[in-house]
Ligand binder design. Structure first.
Ligand code: AMP
Ligand code: MG
Length: 407
């Protein structure tokens, strides 16, 4: 049995070294939020597609209004209109103005737009009370994005703005990495579903509810959730089924107790153990291995907080990397607001709430940090990860915070 605990930075490196991006697929834009691009997105067209007006007003020839002032307005004949979606067919001639609305195409012949506030109407004439330079209030074709230009890079995680931008450049779908299919296995004879009566020595299966949303937020599709009993045969059969997915997460049964069957069962199934037991509190018994077919397998401690912490620190980066994303994209630096003593010889993940302070983010521990105290996960925004070699964090000291949500 290895007695050395694996430093968490090294553990994370080992995980990332053993996972690779899944194949890509075309995804309709409405289903893209939360997905990662597998290819750059280039614009299919100029944005804007044509010269258009930035204001409601009149399209004019700037030479016609060069001498205009509020006291001596230029008089132009109202000869046409260009509105959004209905460009003018005729050209603006000398001494003419066309009414134009915001976003409407600038008609030929005109080289400037006078805003409506600088004009008045006199029957079929427009009085322009201000001179404007050529190009005034005109948004040029291709000013925002040129046709062919890259608007998003492979690996980008798609949120509202990204999906909007892909639509704006003309694509109805995007090439995204396939979502990792994740099998979740809970272990323990003591586990009881919420809503069922609790017998002597039994506890609620909370990991079956807390872990899937973390997996889904990281882009995974949870394809099975199963409870394995605390015996070898049952664990073996459940793991064998779970290994049909792309990635397996097991909670509990990975420690050194007599009823911890996960490691031996994984070994029997031919899994290669990459590490077991990390220098982290909470989360020491964490296991990572590669199952048959190159499937990553995470064995997380059963304690609800330990399971969440180790999922976030080890499994989430792997899921993001399997989608070609940046596993470190949800980390911020913050100042811890109170003194905190950590256990010697292990890194510590402190549940913290974040607030914006004058000098940046401020992180405050949410309450008692025992690995069984699930309620102190409530209201936590992230995990302040204090490295092994630091035993005391003074109030105001910087810490790295792994955000719980995507941020
Ligand atoms: P284990 O890692 O199996 O030794 O479990 C450590 C602790 O976590 C024990 O107190 C278990 O009862 C508890 N535990 C294990 N699995 C779960 C689960 N799915 N939900 C809530 N608690 C669990
Ligand atoms: Mg157990």
């Amino acid at each position: 049995m290895p007695t050395e605990l694996m430093p968490i930075e090294r553990a994370c490196e080992l995980v990332l070294a053993r996972v690779s991006p899944l194949p890509s697929e075309e995804v309709a834009l409405r289903d893209c939020v939360g997905r990662h691009l597998a290819a750059d997105v280039a614009s299919g067209e100029d944005i804007p597609a044509f010269d258009n007006s930035a204001m409601d007003g009149y399209a004019v020839r700037s030479a016609d209004v060069a001498a205009a002032t509020a006291d001596r307005p230029a008089r132009l004949r109202l000869a046409g209109e260009s509105s959004a979606g209905h460009p003018a067919e005729a050209e603006v001639g000398a001494g003419e103005a066309f009414a134009i609305s915001t976003g409407a195409a600038v008609p030929g012949g005109a080289d400037a737009v006078v805003r409506v506030e600088d004009t008045s109407r006199d029957g079929e004439e427009v009085l322009v009370g201000a001179a404007v330079p050529g190009g005034n209030n005109i948004r040029r074709a291709g000013e925002d994005v040129r046709a062919g230009a890259r608007v998003l890079s492979a690996g980008a995680r798609l949120g509202a703005a990204e999906v909007g931008a892909i639509a704006a450049v003309g694509h109805p779908a995007a090439t995204c990495a396939r979502r990792p299919r994740l099998a979740l296995l809970l272990t323990g004879d003591e586990l009881v579903e919420p809503g069922e009566p609790l017998g002597p020595g039994q506890i609620r299966d909370s990991n079956a509810y807390a872990v899937p949303p973390l997996a889904e937020a990281a882009g995974a599709e949870v394809v099975s959730i199963e409870i394995a009993p605390d015996n070898h045969e049952g664990t073996l059969a459940a793991l064998d089924r779970a290994l049909r997915a792309d990635v397996v997460v097991v909670c509990g049964g990975i420690s050194v107790g007599e009823h911890d069957h996960v490691r031996p069962a994984l070994a029997e199934l031919g899994a290669e153990e990459v590490f077991w037991r990390v220098a982290l509190r909470p989360g020491k018994p964490t296991y990572f291995g590669i199952g048959p077919g190159g499937k990553p397998v995470f064995g997380l401690p059963g304690n609800p907080v330990s399971a969440m912490v180790t999922f976030l620190l080890f499994a989430r980066p792997a899921l993001i990397a399997m989608q070609g994303g940046d596993p470190a994209s949800h980390r911020v630096e913050a100042a811890l607001t109170e003194r905190y003593e950590t256990v010697a010889g292990r890194a510590e993940a402190i549940r913290v709430g974040l607030e914006a302070g004058r000098g940046g983010w401020e992180a405050t521990p949410t309450g008692p940090q025992g690995s069984h105290v699930l309620t102190s996960m409530i209201g936590a925004d992230g995990l302040a990860v204090v490295p092994t070699e630091v035993d005391v964090v003074e109030a105001g000291d910087p810490v790295t915070v792994e955000l719980l949500g995507w941020g």
